[in-house]
Design a protein around this ligand. Structure first.
Ligand code: CP
Length: 318
């Protein structure tokens, strides 16, 4: 694979492919910039002009509700021209390669591509082959990374808890298939979380995860003791080729956030989920938007975070 640097020679963001390796100062700047957009929005100032005349192309080869719509809204709120390629109706369905798709759309003077793909490394491939000055944002590639989800999760934690440093965070569920988990872990580590725990059945824990500095639990009740933040992860049934679980009911009993488990959490603990939710599996349905839940705040923060990333890359070049 061709090496791609996310930062230019002066340390400015030029692509966003992963949170791994990004300095704490870069992450903090993006979160602060997202907060600036949230503040402006609260004062009725939703529209900005920093991407006027720029073209952003969304390429979603996998289904999405939250990420695709919030990337589109973010680009429009920065005044960019936005094109959403209908992948199923595009010439990729006739066998056109990713490379030729990139080059064809680049010829239309695109400035930025937002790409979601089921292949880990697809965004990196785009960045490696993009023309100079064309930015690539990873909107989720296979099991690898979902960096803007990681940023919006960090922003939501920081808003609610006032900080990230020193917190105890537990990620519960399908760690094996989760790009969300990897991005959250990298971001939490960089910003100084005290403990990052992962809790799942052995079949849903990837080999070598300890190297990321996390503690592995198979007993979710032990994992949830004293935590500040619970991050529930969706069971990714579409990526499960074999039998990873006896049944969804057993997963809910052994790992789901039931009312009994929620009642044992510290009073201040928040519950997160990137969505989409399998109701009654990762979390009891009536708690999805309950008192501890910040799930809808995560959605709203997705717009501000994506505006911040786009502005820092393209706005800075204007
Ligand atoms: N969290 C997330 O990536 O959701 P979508 O698949 O709906 O974009």
């Amino acid at each position: 694979m061709i090496a791609v640097s996310q930062l230019d020679a002066e340390g400015h963001l030029q692509h966003l492919l992963t949170l791994e390796g990004l300095p704490a100062a870069t992450l903090t700047d993006l979160l602060d910039h997202a907060d600036h957009y949230l503040d402006a929005g609260r004062q009725g100032d939703k529209k900005h002009s920093s991407l006027l005349g720029r073209t952003v192309i969304n390429l979603f080869f996998e289904a999405s509700t939250r990420t695709r719509t919030t990337f589109e809204l973010a680009a429009k709120r920065l005044s960019a021209d936005v094109l959403n390629l209908q992948v199923a109706a595009s010439s990729t369905s006739k066998g056109e390669t990713l490379f030729d798709t990139l080059k064809t759309l680049e010829a239309m003077q695109a400035d930025m591509f937002v790409i979601r793909h089921d292949a880990s490394g697809a965004a990196h491939f785009f960045a490696a082959h993009a023309a100079p000055g064309v930015a690539i944002l990873n909107a989720g590639d296979g099991r690898h990374a979902h960096p803007t989800q990681g940023l919006l999760d960090l922003l939501t934690v920081r808003q609610r808890m006032g900080r990230i440093a020193g917190l105890k965070v537990c990620l519960v569920g399908d760690i094996l298939h989760s790009r969300v988990a990897r991005s959250a872990i990298h971001g939490l580590r960089t910003l100084g979380a005290a403990e990052i725990r992962v809790a799942a059945p052995p079949t849903l824990i990837p080999a070598g995860i300890d190297a990321l500095g996390v503690q592995v639990f198979h007993d979710v009740d032990a994992a949830l003791s004293d935590v500040d933040v619970v991050m529930l992860l969706r069971l990714q049934k579409e990526r499960m080729l074999g039998a990873f679980l006896p049944s969804l009911g057993e997963f809910h009993r052994d790992y789901g956030l039931t009312h009994q488990r929620a009642a044992r959490l510290p009073e201040h603990a928040i519950v997160m989920h990137p969505g989409p939710i399998n109701r009654g599996v990762e979390i009891e349905g009536d708690m999805a938007y309950g008192a501890r839940s910040v799930i809808l705040e995560q959605v709203n923060n997705g717009i501000a975070v994506r505006m911040a990333v786009m502005d820092r890359i393209l706005g800075a070049r204007s």
